[in-house]
Design a protein around this ligand. Structure first.
Ligand code: FMN
Length: 344
């Protein structure tokens, strides 16, 4: 991998921690509140937060969203996330494996995840540019087999690429390429954005070509246009100013969820800031919630216990919110709009 790509990945981990580069708009969960039920007619011990995902059982419906891999420091980072996922029983998405397809010496920064999380749901991740190229299908199949991955995420990031020096902005034919991979890939394919969100119309188009799991990755949290704006050289004044115009561009995650009517499995990531946002996501119709930015600092501490504590708080909040609403199981919670009241 070239030094440029390595440096870009380091910049991303650093800049994604900067709250001033996040969206000003929220993901929209603050427009809803969960309704308290003083007569839940269940015992706390009846509450069961487990959920099925890709043929495995999760202790609660949570995905650690794709973040990193492919350079030296990301080995420790992914080891920490994987140890935490295995400990709490949630799913783990890895960062883009592009670098590992080009250079087998960086593959360990991904493969460490399976060593640290032998039973967890682990998802590999690749960009649409590599999917469109067409010559990476077999390499990706081989890599996923080595990783013992449970699925492959394809990410769509048109505007991030547009604001990235040397970014790949060829998106013509992307949907057809996804369709080809869905038909030929031996594992489930999940399609996501990276923070600008999949709109209900795009989700419908993905469903039409056979995609049965999507991750909204909507607006409200980590913001890749603002992050790329910071990385643009000072002499790119016009592009920098243009990026500023797009600082709140995207589909807020809760808004997409509220408008969705789909038979696909839906992961809600993008701007889930607090554990109750996970509960609201599920009541709005998501099958799983996903967080990236909220885990970045604990993961970079190098101490898996810090990540475990955050995830345990999300799980415990879900369990007690279910008790507070009188809901015993996750299937009873998913898409149950009667549990929500919209703020005026
Ligand atoms: C440091 C960092 C690196 C990321 N790298 C990837 C990536 O390689 N592939 C991908 O699909 N998404 C990537 N994302 C996007 C996240 O998976 C997620 O969709 C997005 O950050 C929105 O979630 P959040 O608001 O909880 O951060 C990255 C996010 C962060 C914070």
């Amino acid at each position: 991998m070239t030094k440029d790509i390595e440096q870009r990945k380091r910049d991303h981990l650093k800049l994604a921690q900067d709250d001033s580069l996040k969206f000003n708009i929220s993901a929209g969960f603050d427009r809803w509140r969960l309704i308290h039920n003083a007569l839940p007619e269940i015992d706390l011990q009846d509450v069961d937060t487990t959920a099925g995902f890709l043929g495995k059982k999760l202790n609660f419906p949570m995905l650690i969203s794709s973040m990193s891999g492919g350079f030296k420091e990301s080995l420790a980072f992914n080891a920490v996330l994987a140890e935490a996922a295995e400990n709490v029983g949630c799913a783990l998405g890895l960062g883009s494996i592009r670098a590992a397809l080009e250079d087998k010496f960086v593959a360990d920064s991904f493969l460490i995840a399976r060593k640290k999380a032998p039973t967890a749901v682990i998802l590999a991740n690749i960009g649409i540019a590599q999917v469109r190229e067409g010559n990476s299908l077999q390499k990706t199949i081989n890599f996923c087999s080595e990783l013992k991955a449970d699925g492959l995420i394809i990410h769509l990031n048109s505007l991030q690429e547009a604001f990235q020096p040397g970014g790949d902005t060829k998106f013509r034919g992307a949907l057809a390429a996804i369709e080809t991979w869905v038909k030929n890939f031996p594992l489930p394919i999940i399609v996501k954005e990276v923070g600008q969100g999949l709109s209900p119309k795009v989700i419908q188009r993905l469903e039409n070509v056979g995609v049965d799991t999507i991750d909204i990755a909507g607006a409200g949290g980590s913001n890749w246009i603002s992050i790329e704006k910071e990385r643009l050289p000072a002499d790119q004044r016009v592009l920098k100013q243009t990026a500023a115009e797009f600082s709140d561009w995207g589909e807020p995650t809760a808004e997409v969820l509220a408008e969705l009517s789909t038979t696909t499995t839906v992961i809600a990531s993008g701007g889930l800031q607090s554990p109750l946002d996970l509960v609201k996501s599920l009541a709005l119709g998501a099958h799983l919630g996903g967080i990236a930015g909220a885990l970045l600092k604990p993961a970079l501490s190098g101490n898996p216990n810090q990540v475990i504590e955050v995830l345990q708080t999300w799980q415990e909040t879900l369990r007690l919110a279910m008790f507070g609403m009188g809901v015993a199981t996750i299937p009873e919670l998913i898409g149950n709009h009667a549990l929500l009241k919209k703020n005026d």
